[in-house]
Design a protein around this ligand. Structure first.
Ligand SMILES: [Zn+2]
Length: 300
């Protein structure tokens, strides 16, 4: 269990700088307040929205996984020993990954002397993994057995999304993210929409109640997003959600209707557009949390 590197939700400065920055220093509070901070290393402003879109539009999963930080995604890297022709179990909970976390991305790098990690399965291989315990067989490689200092190191990196207290929206967004990583763009639409529909109903009812307005009218989600929540923001002097994200959320709901009513989308959803829609869903969920907090503060 040696050499564990854990990164909480982070972003990497893309101004030719590469500094790893704590996401919470930039997002969500400051971002939704309209405050743009600079990178402490290079001094350039960090545009969090563009950063998210750029990550999600990467073809390689190695970079695309980093966008999960916007819904709490974390990274952990560690090494374990896998001698050739041996079987080894790795329990990710030993490395700080909760057993109910959603795994978004996993990569193995065996070093000289180790066996090549073959992930083993039971006698029903099509079943999805139900725990975050993995068993590996070390397939001999040409250099297996030439241990470096007696070690058979395999490096393993995992990106995962822990369960949140806001279970329904975050579970659905984590499922959407997993589908997005697999290029299943049309299939991510329904879980994205479910996450937002669940949340907007609650944030609208809460905001109306806190503003001493009738909260039992069950307005449509578009009426809530485009009229009621902006009016509540005006009343309490809270920044509104920007137009680009609002329009993308409306586009998501239109795609959701196509999927729910016709079983498919009228047009192919490109990776570029899917990236913007997923980013908008993740930012919108965070905005609802920000808005609830500000409405609550305005009462005290
Ligand atoms: Zn920088």
């Amino acid at each position: 269990m040696e050499r564990i590197f854990k990164t909480p939700p982070a972003l990497v400065c893309r101004n030719n700088c590469g500094s790893v920055l704590r996401l919470e220093d930039f997002f969500p509070e400051l971002y939704f307040e309209g405050i743009t901070r600079e990178c402490p290393t290079c001094g350039q402003k960090i545009d969090v929205w563009s950063h998210a879109i750029e990550l999600l539009q990467k073809k390689a999963q190695l970079f695309r996984n980093k966008g999960a930080a916007f819904i709490g995604g974390e990274d952990v890297s560690f090494t374990f020993q896998l001698p050739p022709n041996k079987t080894v179990e790795v329990d990710l909970t030993d490395y700080g990954v909760p057993d109910d976390a959603k795994l978004i991305y996993v990569v193995y790098t065996p070093f000289a002397g180790a066996g090549w990690p073959i992930e083993m399965h039971g006698n029903q291989p099509i079943q999805h993994r139900t725990t975050n315990k993995m068993t590996f067989f070390g397939k001999p490689m040409p250099k297996s057995g030439n241990e470096v200092g007696g070690h058979h190191d395999v490096s393993m990196s995992v990106t995962y999304i822990p369960k949140s207290q806001e279970q329904t929206p975050f579970t659905n967004l984590a499922n959407a993210y997993e589908l997005f990583m697999l290029d299943k763009f049309s299939e991510m639409i329904i879980p994205c929409a479910v996450a937002l529909e669940y949340s907007i109903e609650r944030v609208t009812a809460y905001s109306l109640q806190a503003s001493n307005l009738p909260d039992n009218l069950k307005p449509s989600k578009r009426l809530s997003l485009e009229v009621i929540l902006p009016l509540i923001c005006k009343t309490h002097n809270i920044p509104t959600l920007n137009n680009e994200i609002t329009e993308l959320v409306i586009r998501l709901w239109s795609l959701r209707n196509q999927m729910a009513h016709d079983g498919e989308l009228k047009q192919h959803l490109t990776h570029a557009e899917a990236s913007k829609i997923l980013a908008a869903a993740m930012f919108c969920i965070n905005y609802f949390g920000f808005l609830s907090g500000r409405v609550q503060n305005s009462q005290s």
